[in-house]
Design a protein around this ligand. Structure first.
Ligand SMILES: CC(C)(COP(=O)(O)OP(=O)(O)OC[C@H]1O[C@@H](n2cnc3c(N)ncnc32)[C@H](O)[C@@H]1OP(=O)(O)O)[C@@H](O)C(=O)NCCC(=O)NCCS
Length: 150
């Protein structure tokens, strides 16, 4: 299954809506890279990385319900991590209300929101869109590679 760069179009909005994820900020110019996977022309999975100077937010991860638990979610995270590391990102941060355990298994560790760097706090996801009860998590990258046990 091929994962490719995608635009923040209607198909992406529909998938994020169905997955109860925010869409109001997906068209911010420049800083968000989206990737997706299609089956018979339909978008079945997506993920985004929002670059904030030397770190980034992993966001907008969703798979269509009928293809869940086949490994696509994990493949999308790995793809986002690879692209983040090629861009020289030092750490990936994320907020989630539903999938903390999923991300723990992929090497993300819980942080207090107070530990967020200023550039992450300034994102709309952090400051407005994700509830304050969301889990806040991070994976550090060392020498351009994800460090899985930090
Ligand atoms: C989270 C999500 C992307 C996972 O997609 P997926 O395609 O099912 O993921 P995978 O098939 O790669 O799952 C890998 C493993 O994680 C488990 N897993 C999947 N979703 C999980 C969740 N929400 N919590 C805990 N474990 C989860 C799977 O059961 C699977 O376990 P296994 O390897 O023992 O079978 C999907 O459930 C989704 O779109 N949820 C709604 C949106 C969301 O919550 N996004 C994350 C916040 S940005």
């Amino acid at each position: 299954m091929q994962i490719i760069p995608i635009e923040p179009d209607q198909a992406l909005v529909e998938l994020l809506n169905r997955s109860a994820l925010p869409t109001s900020d997906i068209n911010q110019p420049g800083s968000i890279y989206f990737y997706g996977c299609h089956q018979r022309g339909k978008l079945i999975g997506c993920v985004g990385i929002q670059i904030c100077e030397t770190v980034a937010m992993l966001r907008s991860l969703a798979t269509q319900e009928e293809v869940r638990k086949f490994g696509l979610g994990q493949a999308l995270v790995k793809h986002a991590e690879l692209n983040a590391s090629l861009m020289g990102i030092e750490a990936l941060y994320l907020l989630t209300t539903t999938a903390a355990e999923f991300f723990e298994r992929l090497g993300y560790r819980h942080l207090c929101r107070q530990q967020a760097p200023a550039v992450i706090r300034e994102t709309t996801q952090f400051s407005e869109l994700c509830p304050s009860t969301s889990s806040f998590m991070r994976k550090l990258f060392i020498k351009g590679r994800p460090r899985d046990l930090t």
